[in-house]
Design a protein around this ligand. Structure first.
Ligand SMILES: Cc1cc2nc3c(=O)[nH]c(=O)nc-3n(C[C@H](O)[C@H](O)[C@H](O)COP(=O)(O)OP(=O)(O)OC[C@H]3O[C@@H](n4cnc5c(N)ncnc54)[C@H](O)[C@@H]3O)c2cc1C
Length: 289
């Protein structure tokens, strides 16, 4: 039998954007349904970000164990048990999926609908949809059926602002960082040196080698460097690259500086804890003095 249901918003796809958007729209007073044909969490949780980073973590531990001698340790052999590596990754993703599932238990708003969603037509001012064998009528339908890992054109906060807020959030003028999870990691934000040179005349570039950082030496992770580009007229950070251990984490200090439109001198004058890798973020901008 076909059940009928009416919602303010039907979101199709329970991935990285769909789930938080469903909860946020509910909080904003909307009646919301979320349709998912496979697993909660979408590609990120089930076969993307989560399992890949869990497997990389195993590779990192193996590498460190093989470097045991450098740290004064005797580790006779290090063998990779690949099925166990995959099982660990699977358990982590199941944990994430289960926790997402809990957010839909004991509630009808947002209502989680299992099944493939299809447009069926119009019902006066609303959309008529089917999700599995259920008929759904929704005034607004959000397609969140997947995107690429690079620069997403839109995120759930923008949709929330447009659907249930003041519409002030848009896709323009956003600082979008990215990372490459290599060893060492690369964290990147803003312009490259050549882009900055093309866009304006007054720039300065600082380069700081990670081997100058005390914590990096203590960790035995001295590979890599930090590059920061500033506009010398405004002292604003135009772009940065952190190729270092934890580079994907460290880049966020520059991301936040760019988001708050703060001059690089804020980092220069700050007190950073010693010894930390974050001191390198500060050391890099000190050469602008
Ligand atoms: C191997 C790999 C590694 C990655 N690593 C990273 C990383 O480290 N960092 C990063 O930022 N990104 C990474 N990504 C990319 C990231 O996973 C995606 O950008 C992100 O998950 C996209 O989220 P989304 O919600 O837009 O779409 P998805 O997660 O794809 O969710 C869309 C959902 O819609 C459902 N769906 C589709 N059509 C229908 C329908 N008709 N009815 C009902 N449901 C439907 C799908 O089943 C799916 O669950 C990686 C991707 C891969 C493949």
């Amino acid at each position: 039998m076909i059940e009928s249901n009416r919602f303010d918003v039907l979101i199709i796809g329970a991935g990285q954007a769909g789930i938080p958007l469903a909860h946020a729209l509910t909080k904003a007073g909307k009646r919301v349904a979320l349709a998912e044909e496979k697993d909660l969490g979408g590609s990120c949780v089930n076969f993307g970000c989560t399992p890949t980073k869990a497997v990389i973590a195993s590779a990192r531990v193996a590498r460190l164990a093989r470097r045991g001698k450098e740290f004064g340790l005797k580790i006779p052999t290090v063998e990779i048990d690949f099925p166990a590596v995959l099982e660990r990754a699977k358990q982590i993703l199941i944990e994430s999926r289960t926790s997402l599932q809990k957010g839909f238990e004991k509630t009808d708003n947002p209502k989680l609908l299992h099944g493939s969603a299809h447009f069926d037509g119009r019902d006066t001012d609303a959309f008529r949809m089917t999700v599995g064998d259920r008929l759904v009528v929704a005034e607004q339908v959000v397609l969140d059926t997947g995107t690429r890992s690079t620069i997403p054109p839109i995120d759930y906060r923008i949709l929330l602002s447009q659907l249930a807020g003041d519409g002030s959030r848009t896709t323009s003028a956003r600082v979008v960082p990215y990372a490459i999870f290599t060893d060492p990691e690369l964290g990147r934000v803003g312009m490259t040196e050549s882009e900055a040179l093309k866009s304006r005349e007054e720039i300065k570039v600082a380069r700081y080698e990670m081997k100058g950082n005390g914590k990096a030496r203590e960790l035995g992770e001295t590979e890599g460097f930090i590059k920061v580009i500033i506009d010398t007229e405004t002292n604003r950070i135009l772009g940065a690259a952190v190729l270092a251990a934890e580079g994907a984490e460290l880049i966020h200090l520059y991301v936040d500086m760019m988001n708050t439109d703060a001059p690089y001198t804020v980092i220069r004058e700050a007190i950073h804890i010693h010894p930390t890798l974050a001191e390198a973020i500060q050391s890099a901008v000190k050469s602008f003095e």
